[in-house]
Structures are given as C-alpha cells and as structure tokens.
Write a new protein. Structure first.
Length: 531
C-alpha cells in the first residue's frame, strides 16, 4: 500500500497489508488529509487536525476507471522506467484532489486509476534525461491509451567572462525558447535558485565558476541572461541555438562593454535611511520606450542594470512622496539620486459616468502608472480603487504638480494635471468618464484541436501606459469578444492554456475612431504547442 502526500525516496510512503506506513513529524495543529492506494483501489481520510499521535483507518474502494499512458520518444520508441508526476483535478472548479508519482514499465506504459468523477488527469515529467514540450499534458479520464511523446534532454556547462577576461560569478538565468518549456536560475556558479524546468533540471555545485545544468531540451534554442554589477559593462543576452546544442558541451560566453542597445546604466540611491526605511521608489523610463520598476529601499538601495534613456524617480510609501525632474541616463553611467524626505499628499476624486452614477471599482492612478488591471487592486502611492459611490482617495502622492489618470473597465480613461498641497487631502471633485467603444473579436478555426486543453484568451495594451489587461476569457466556443476597449491604443492578444503559456500571440491590433472594431481570424493548426 502507498500513502500519498508525504515524501519518501520515491514520493510515497510504502507499507504492506500487515505493516502500515507511518507519517512522521507532523506539525501540531496542522490540518491534513491522507489518501491511500493499493493495486488500483483508493481511499481517503476526512480532513484532520493533528493533536497527538494516533492511528487513522482508510477504507479502500474499487477504481471507477483508469488511464493507461504510453511514453514514447519522437521516433515512437517506448521510454521505460520514466518518472512521471500526476495530478487529479476537478473540472468544475479547478481544485486539485490528489497527486503522486508513477513510473513506466519496461514497455513504456503505466496506469493511473480513478475513483473520482468529473475530473481530468494532468501529467508532467520528473526526469533529467527527458522533457515534455507542453510541460503539462492534460487527459480525459475515459479508460483508453494515452500517448505521451517526450524528447531527450542533455547536460551542458556554461562559463562567463567579461571582455577583459575577468571571470563572472553572479546570477544567471537560462531558459528555452519557447519560454514555458524550461528554465534554470543561479545566484552564482553552483548555487541554484530552485527555479527549474519541468524536466527536473538539476544543477551541480561547482567552485570553479562554471554553471553546470542538466535536463536541458536538446532541440530548442536556449537563451542565457546575466546582469553584472560592474560599471562600464552591459547585460549579457545570448542565444545558444538548437543546432549548436550538444550533450556535455561547454560554452564560453562574453559579457560586452556598455552600449546604447544594452542595459548597462545604474541608479544608486542616497538619503536618510532611518526616515526612508519604509519607503519605495518607482524608476520610470519615459523614452524611447515606457517601462517602470519598483525598488523597496529597505532591501535595495540601487537598481539593477537599466537601458539608456529618459527617466524619472518617484518616492512613495511611509510619510514621504517626491517626484524627480526628468533626466537622461547614458550607457554605462552610474548616477547617484538623493531622495529627500518630502511630506506626501493625498488626493480624492469622485468618478462618475455620463448619467451621474458613481463608478464602483474605478481606478485613480498616478499618471505614470503602467496600467490598471480590472478588477483593480489598490497599490499604495500609485493606485486607489473607488467605492460604491465612485469616490477614491490616493494616499502617498508626491506634492506639487502631478498628473493623474482615472480609469474604469469599459470606459475611456481621463488624464488631469493638478497641484497637490503636502500633508493634506486634496479633493479634485467629480471626473466624468465616457463609455469606451472599442471591440476586438477573435475567431479560431479548427477550435476542436484545443477545446479539451482549457484554452483562454488575454488582451494587453501594447506599449505606452494605461489600458490594462482584459481577461482571461476561458474559451468554450471558437469565438471570443473583448468589448468596451479604449480607442487610440494598440493591443496584443495571447491564446494559450490555463498554465499561462502562449500558443499564439497577436500583435498590432490598433483601435481608432475610424476603425473602432476589429475581427481577427486565427487557425489552431498554426499554434505552437511547445510554449
């Protein structure tokens, strides 16, 4: 008999009909549920609160059905002794009911038995010699043979040096393209961060400054990213193409000197840290492209490497609020930014529609906020959400002249410039939003190919600020409609499975006054299911 949920050498506690397995070292007061299986029979205990040692009886029942999985390589040859992990998920609400390991036999086959109804099977790999292109395979639970095609993985090593031949020994991220298949990250050579791909990629500690990685997909391009903390040098972004990937190959990569096309600049913050300890800064790149990143001063007193361009720094959190003038950051520059302790302001707005009705859930944003996803969530110093009367109060805003943006799902956003007095609440009155008329309709040909994979669609504003995310829309038909979209924006669409990967990306969907509605047709036959 096998008892699920507690790790042993193979992921289950083992026992016999005469010798029951023991569950060691449970935390007193914890809430647990035990499930057991034996020769296709299953059972589970009720939820229990651990108070003291004791015995739990589990009654096993016959399985209602089973799924037989056949693991094959790309040449349709069986893969024996392949370690898989399975999870049983209820379709109605997405809750995982149980999970466990299973290993294929000498013929490359294994069975997963079911006693639940209305569920589906999710299968992933825990091998460092093979990988699954789709990361997680989803099967129905009807009793039938399911083919699982896996691909061989390899081991490689990477050595990184600066242009002056000095060794690099900092963070490194290695991921496949498509991204969703594999990722491995290090804080230093031989010090993995535990972000590993579904193939169970492992890293081996190495004091000589060489990054050793196992479980690498042998037939996908590999992207390597390192961001050195050294003045005058830029970030490393290097692709090892699939054609160049060989088992046990060693690659030497070079970190280039600073250039306008690579992240190579840095900001170093200074100030009264006793007063600023609870504050954060938002670093906003205004040109040539808009982007922003947040740094909590208690943990970070300098940025990572930044691209050259025009920037602003905004201090928020605690009792302080301040916005810098726009400045230009050059390639390879290390600039010090003094953060003054300037008292913050707060601002209140009442957001209504054209009929005068207050808009509940609308967003009052700092003008440089990237976007508001709906339903919106408050972000101190950056975004406040309106109540049932349409009133929103944004705390921790910089005093002086600031730009504010007001958004609501299905409405055109409005931008206002106001002067805020410090240490007081500034009421800017009523702001009326107009309904948004934009619409994007996506039609999927050969939808039946993806219907059982629980596809979903997302829509994002492409570049610029404002707009937000629309979705996910779970697809139960070949057509999905996104309506109430602001005009004058360019959108990107993503169609993919529930796990967040993307089979198809749709770019350049621009809505204008002359063309407020778009219909996009795509064919599921063209989707990249490796993502």
């Amino acid at each position: 008999m096998e008892l699920a949920g507690f790790r042993s050498l193979d992921g289950w506690l083992q026992g016999t009909d005469k010798d029951a397995p023991q569950v060691p070292l449970l935390r007193r007061g914890s809430r647990v549920r035990l499930s057991a299986q034996s020769k296709g029979r299953f059972g589970a205990s009720p939820w229990l609160v651990v108070e003291q040692s004791g015995n739990i009886e589990i009654t096993l029942g016959e399985a209602k059905s089973f799924v037989e999985i056949e693991a094959c390589d790309p040449q349709d040859r069986p893969v024996p002794r392949l370690a898989l992990a399975f999870a049983i998920r209820r379709i109605s609400d997405g809750v995982h009911l149980r999970a466990g390991p299973v290993i294929t036999d000498d013929a490359g086959r294994c069975r997963v038995h079911f006693h639940e109804e209305g569920v589906q099977l999710e299968v992933s790999l825990t091998s460092d010699q093979w990988y699954l292109p789709e990361r997680v395979a989803i099967f129905g639970v009807e009793s039938s043979l399911k083919r699982l095609t896996v691909r061989p993985a390899i081991a490689i090593s990477i050595e990184i040096r600066f242009e002056d031949n000095q060794a690099y020994a900092g963070p490194l991220v290695v991921q496949s393209s498509p991204v969703g298949t594999f990722m491995s990250a290090f804080s230093a050579p031989g010090v993995p961060l535990g972000i590993n791909g579904p193939a169970g990629a492992k890293s081996e500690q190495n004091p000589q400054g060489i990054y050793k990685i196992e479980g690498v997909p042998g037939d996908l391009d590999l992207s390597c990213h390192a961001s050195p903390n050294r003045a005058g040098y830029g970030e490393l972004i290097h692709t090892i193409f699939a054609a160049a990937l060989k088992p046990n190959a060693h690659y030497v990569l070079t970190i280039p000197k600073a250039s306008p096309k690579r992240a190579s600049a840095k900001l170093v913050f200074t100030g009264d840290w006793e007063k600023l300890g609870k504050s954060s800064v938002q670093v906003v790149r205004l040109a040539p492209y808009f982007s922003s990143s947040c740094f909590v001063l208690r943990f970070s007193k300098e940025t990572n490497l930044l691209y050259p361009g025009e920037y602003k720094v905004i201090l928020f959190g605690g009792a302080w609020g301040w916005e810098s003038e726009t400045f230009v950051l050059e390639a390879g520059e290390e600039r010090k930014v003094e953060l003054p302790c300037v008292a913050a302001a707060s601002v209140t707005a009442t957001i209504r529609d054209e009929s005068g009705r207050g808009l509940h859930g609308a967003a009052l944003c700092h003008g440089l906020a990237r976007w508001a996803d709906f339903p919106a969530s408050p972000q101190p110093g950056w975004l406040a959400v309106s109540d049932a009367n349409g009133k929103a109060t944004l705390q921790g805003c910089p005093a002086g002249q600031v730009e504010l943006r007001l958004e609501a799902d299905g409405y055109e956003p409005e931008t206002v410039k106001v002067v805020l007095a410090p240490e007081t609440n500034n009421d800017i009155g009523v702001i009326v939003l107009r309904p948004a008329r934009g619409e994007i309709r996506i039609r999927i040909k050969n939808f039946e190919r993806i219907a059982r994979l629980e596809p979903q669609a997302n829509l994002l504003i492409a570049g610029g600020k404002g707009g937000g995310r629309r979705g996910p829309h779970f697809l139960d038909s070949p057509e999905v409609v996104f309506s109430g979209l602001p005009l004058g924006r360019t959108y990107s669409g993503f169609i993919g499975p529930r796990n967040g990967a993307s089979w198809k990306t749709l770019n350049g969907m621009k809505l204008t006054e002359s063309e407020p509605a778009l219909t996009i047709e795509v064919d599921a036959e063209t989707f990249d299911f490796r993502k």
